[in-house]
Write a protein that binds this ligand. Structure first.
Ligand code: GUN
Ligand code: FE
Length: 404
């Protein structure tokens, strides 16, 4: 298939390209050429009235929190206990889990998200259903069952062995079942995960070469509690280091309050960070130290962190990323980069997706926006990011398959 369109595409953290009236050829789900011309005899689909971007990549979000977006508490721990945990309990009802998963993937695709790092819940059945529905949806997913074996409500807390066994079963069943599906071991955070659980996750992840996703240093009260639970460790990151959660396939949500030593541990291990600016506002968690984390050389993806982030719309989250930094710290191309190629790197999927490049999967979104009339990259990005509601996502392709 050949598509005539206009592309807005990240090159690197400082640069995006805007190319008008070009032809993208898609063969077997991959981009095989990007060219200003095609042979006269060839047919093409004409989307020259639309702006084409790489699909948005949400590097950290919670499927089972879909229905509690916007339910406010002014701090993380109260919000988890009073709102999140009772809602995640509902995912143990398979019908509710199925309806939630169906709605969740549908809304992500409609908002232009083609890849996501997803936490489901502590229910193995709900996670299995999420994989079934995710597979049917056609999305590219890094996803796992949330693991909790201490300091949790009894209705979510599992025995260590059960949590590990269930997660490994799901990993064996779903990891790389198709080229779009990746399992991620998902220990919730240090408060709810025992030393044995984390160490065994580290071993299993290494053995199966799969990703690990968890939360790190989001909130001051959380950190205090974590350090009291693990007195043998010198910092929050040191806990994940000692108990084998740091790795080149590990993605840490938030990572706000970190010392230079902790940044060094993350960098040295090859771990990455999912930055959740809307959520960090919503729960008064603090300001993401973007400058220090970039300087440390750690890969950063952008994330909605639904439900502490209120929408799946990754253009809104780019706006929040900008608003949460001091003026002048961020340039516009970096926002688009972080929501696409940056997130792809953070999820270690950048050889497959994240930009419009020959050889990569055709994960493309087409937007009806006056940004198309822009002559320069900055105006095109700013019109996509700052207008509310965001311009309509007209078409979505993942691995060359049209989903919208
Ligand atoms: N820390 C542990 N669990 C969660 C969660 O579900 N959301 C957020 N934002 N932080 C967490
Ligand atoms: Fe989260």
């Amino acid at each position: 298939m050949i598509i005539k369109t206009n592309i807005l595409n990240p090159i690197d953290i400082t640069e995006c390209e805007l190319r008008k009236e070009i032809y993208i050829t898609i063969e077997e789900g991959k981009i095989s050429s990007i060219s200003p011309t095609i042979e006269l005899s060839k047919d093409f689909v004409d989307y020259s009235n639309l702006l084409c971007l790489p699909g948005m990549i949400d590097s950290h979000t919670h499927l089972s929190q879909w229905h509690i977006r916007g339910k406010y508490r002014n701090n993380l721990l109260d919000w988890l206990n009073e709102i999140v945990f009772p809602e995640e309990k509902k995912s143990f009802d398979p019908l509710y889990a199925e309806q939630t998963a169906t709605d969740f993937f549908d809304k992500l695709i409609k908002s232009g998200t083609t890849t996501a790092g997803v936490y489901v819940s502590a229910s193995q059945t709900a996670t299995d259903i999420a994989f079934q529905k995710g597979n049917e949806s056609g999305m590219r997913l890094v996803m796992g069952q949330v693991m909790m074996d201490m300091n949790s409500p009894e209705y979510l807390c599992q025995k260590t062995d059960d949590s590990l066994r269930e997660a490994e079963e799901l990993c064996l069943k779903w990891n790389k079942k198709t080229e779009l599906l990746h399992y991620a071991f998902t220990p919730r955070f240090a408060i709810t995960c025992s030393r044995d659980l984390m160490s065994e996750v580290g071993t299993l992840a290494e053995k199966n070469k799969v990703r690990i996703q968890t939360h790190l240093s989001e909130n001051k009260a959380e950190i205090e509690q974590v350090l009291a639970l693990f007195p043998e460790c010198s910092s929050y990151t040191d806990i994940y280091n000692k108990y084998k959660i740091l790795s080149p396939l590990s993605i840490f949500g938030h990572a706000i309050h970190l010392s230079d030593t902790e940044l060094g541990l993350l960098r040295y291990s090859g771990s990455t960070i999912a930055h959740c600016p809307d959520s960090n506002f919503f729960l008064n968690s603090g300001q993401f130290p973007l400058g220090r984390i970039k300087k440390a050389g750690i890969d950063i993806g952008l994330a909605s962190d639904i439900a502490a982030g209120t929408t799946p719309d990754m253009f809104y989250h780019q706006r929040m990323m900008l608003y949460r930094q001091s003026a002048g710290v961020l340039k516009l191309p970096e926002l688009l980069y972080t929501a696409t190629l940056g997130s792809a790197k953070a999820l270690r999927l950048d050889s497959e997706t994240g930009s419009i490049e020959i050889g990569k999967s055709a994960d493309l979104i087409f937007i009806d926006s006056k940004a198309l009339d822009s002559e320069d990259v900055d105006s095109a990005i700013s019109e996509l990011i700052f207008l509310t509601p965001i311009p309509k996502i007209e078409k979505v392709f993942i691995a060359g398959k049209q989903l919208l």
